[in-house]
Ligand binder design. Structure first.
Ligand SMILES: [Zn+2]
Length: 394
């Protein structure tokens, strides 16, 4: 059937519309789960009556008692597939950055994040969404305060390194992170099927020595340069599977599933947008699956990638101080450090990508509702248990 909304015509299949009814009989307003049995809809269902109303399109379907559905206009437009319309609002825009970010890095204060009405937390997570990292300043230099700060986002993701880490360079775990060696820009846990989402670091003290500057690199920025200047290399980085492992501890042997791994650059299959950077050349396993006539091309592609990551235009070097926490999106921003001597005490933790994105979605719903929420929030029977049934995530 066809609906007209402010001069825009959308075509929807009857079965699609019937399946998406969100009346209380078809959709549980509290749990936000489908109640309707999709397989009881006659495949050739046709509405008895269709009527444009102020709030949306009202459709009456044949049933033992005729069934009335109302589809809000903003929801119909957002979800139109014929034609596929531009979303009413695009997701929070990413700001790609290079070394110049040092002039005004995204920053919030501990006070903002820990107190008040979650607006500070929203600002912090929005920074991470936009820039791939954010500082938090004026944090008490203790593991306890840092752990509480982390838990504002969501529960901590425990790994083989523990839950909340508080470590010095003592090789307590079989990983170079626990040495004083320099570490090139990399993302963590490339050997997981789902690499850790956020990583949070706090330098608690550094005594009797120097060095240990921190390095951040925007992987999305570096990828944008490769894409523009070396499209063939970009394509290889996007398609070639890279296996990885964590094997420094005898009690654990991690590899992603499937063990052939994932490409360095992961894209949204629907939109083609770059979504994930996975890169740690030190953890890479045997590239036994390369096609023989692609081997040199692939090595050339990672050489170009490495050049973009290590160019002075990309690198943001900073000296962390006790009191300043840095948190980064481990699916986007690579981190590293220079070698150091003396005694350096670091604490930190991981948070899963899904936990972080869930918290950001809840705060966005509250502080920056999209067009559909603004258009439908006042309709009857729409909000239950604090959430609108037309939320665009459902
Ligand atoms: Zn219904």
């Amino acid at each position: 059937m066809t609906s007209v909304d402010e001069k825009k015509i959308h075509h929807s299949h009857n079965i699609w519309l019937r399946d998406h009814c969100r009346c209380p009989k078809c959709f549980h307003a509290i749990t936000k789960q489908r109640l309707l049995n999709t397989f009881e809809i006659p495949p050739d269902i046709v509405p008895l009556h269709v009527e444009p109303k102020i709030d949306g399109l009202e459709v009456t379907w044949p049933d033992t008692v005729p069934h009335v559905s109302l589809y809000p206009w903003s929801w119909l437009q957002q979800n139109s597939y014929d034609p596929k319309l531009k979303s009413l609002e695009t997701a929070n825009e990413k700001v790609l950055w290079g070394s110049k970010i040092e002039k005004s890095p995204p920053t919030v204060t501990y006070e903002e994040v820990m107190h008040g009405d979650d607006r500070g937390l929203f600002k912090w997570l929005s920074n991470i969404d936009k820039f791939g990292f954010s500082f938090v300043t004026s944090v008490p230099s203790t593991p306890e305060a840092t752990e509480k700060l982390t838990e504002r986002i969501g529960f901590i993701r425990e790994t083989q390194y523990g839950r909340f880490w508080d470590f010095t360079a003592n090789m307590a775990k079989g990983d170079t992170a626990y040495t004083t060696l320099a570490l090139g820009a990399h993302t963590d846990t490339t050997y997981f099927t789902d690499p850790c989402g956020l990583q949070l670091f706090h330098l608690l003290s550094h005594t009797d020595g120097s060095g240990g500057a921190s390095l951040l690199v925007d992987g999305f920025y570096a990828a944008s340069i490769v894409k523009e200047l070396h499209p063939t290399a970009y394509s290889l980085l996007s398609k070639t599977l890279v296996p990885a492992h964590a094997a420094g501890e005898p009690s654990a042997l991690f590899r992603p599933n499937p063990s052939s791994g994932y490409p360095v650059l992961g894209h949204d299959p629907l939109t083609g947008e770059l979504k994930q950077v996975r890169w740690n050349n030190d953890d890479r396993s045997v590239m036994s699956h390369l096609e023989s006539d692609r081997v040199e091309e692939w090595y050339n592609a990672i050489r170009i990638w490495n050049q973009c990551l290590t160019s002075s235009d990309s690198e943001f070097w900073l000296q962390l101080q006790p009191g300043t926490v840095v948190v980064m999106d481990n699916h986007r921003v690579l981190h590293g450090r220079s070698a150091f001597d003396g005694k350096r005490r670091m604490c930190g933790a991981y948070v899963g990508m899904d936990e972080y994105r869930s918290k950001l979605a809840v705060l966005t719903e509250k502080f920056a509702p999209d067009t559909i929420l603004r258009a439908t929030n006042d309709l009857p029977l729409v909000t239950a248990n604090g959430r609108n049934i037309w939320n665009s995530a459902l």
